[in-house]
Design a protein around this ligand. Structure first.
Ligand code: ZN
Length: 250
């Protein structure tokens, strides 16, 4: 077990679609082609001003083909092609969350899940960041301009207890909110060091397919996601093997 109070074996990241009402600007339009979106160049900052550590925040679950997401690819993560389409940072409830880049607040408790509260900021480069499982409704307003590093919200718990799964879920989306990108390439951080704290409660990190060994096995090398697209990880020979009684394929 981790000494970090926020890291527990049962840590989940619940994505519920759709969720909430609240104030939200319209996000419509067709998704852009992945190739037309800004390339990852570590151009954004982390969503916390504090340094990582056992008393502040640590990695919870990476984006992508995690074993945790694989096990729930047909349920919790079914809308996201079976992978975890954000980054989870374990942090005590009430940890100040900062904007990863300058931008304009486009949604406060909008329809994009990550209960109980979420926030979306549109950035000038055409991408948006979503901050999920917030403790309470963010104190910023739709249309408000925010600076990089400005406190915009407080982290919460997807189970709303502050003792079960306290973490921040962070996504990078296109403006259509249909395409999700791996934040690891966009955020400047020492991912290798952050990953030293075993971020996956199952211990294995990323799910393997023994028929295609090596695919999607590092924080940097993970697939882009198109919401409601087909499963990406319908693996023929998964490892770790599925729990007893779980059908491998349907
Ligand atoms: Zn998450």
């Amino acid at each position: 077990m981790s000494r970090h109070p926020a890291i527990q074996w049962g840590m989940l990241c619940l994505m519920v679609f759709p969720l909430g009402t609240g104030s939200a600007s319209a996000h419509v339009g067709k998704p852009a082609a992945f190739s037309s979106l800004p390339s990852p160049a570590h151009q954004y900052g982390l969503p916390f001003a504090s340094r990582p550590g056992p008393d502040t925040w640590l990695m919870g679950q990476f984006y992508g083909n995690t074993t945790f997401a694989y096990e729930q690819r047909r349920s919790l993560y079914g809308n996201g092609q079976g992978v975890h389409f954000g980054l989870d940072f374990s942090a005590p409830c009430g940890t100040p969350v900062v904007a990863i880049a300058e931008g304009v607040v486009s949604e406060v408790d909008g329809p994009h899940g990550s209960a109980p509260h979420n926030l979306v900021i549109d950035h000038p480069d055409g991408l948006s960041s979503l901050y999920g499982h917030l403790l309470k409704k963010a104190a910023v307003k739709v249309g408000q301009r925010v600076r990089r590093g400005e406190v915009v919200a407080l982290s919460g718990d997807s189970q709303e207890t502050c003792v079960s799964e306290p973490h921040l879920h962070l996504e990078i989306r296109d403006r259509s909110h249909q395409l999700l990108l791996n934040p690891v390439g966009y955020l400047r951080a020492d991912w290798a060091s952050l990953g030293l704290v075993d971020p996956d409660m199952d211990g294995a990190g990323f799910q393997q397919d023994l028929r295609q060994p090596g695919i999607w096995q590092s924080p940097e090398d993970q697939p882009d996601v198109r919401l409601h697209g087909p499963l990406l990880n319908n693996f023929a020979q998964p490892w770790p093997p599925p729990a007893p009684g779980t059908p491998v394929r349907k």
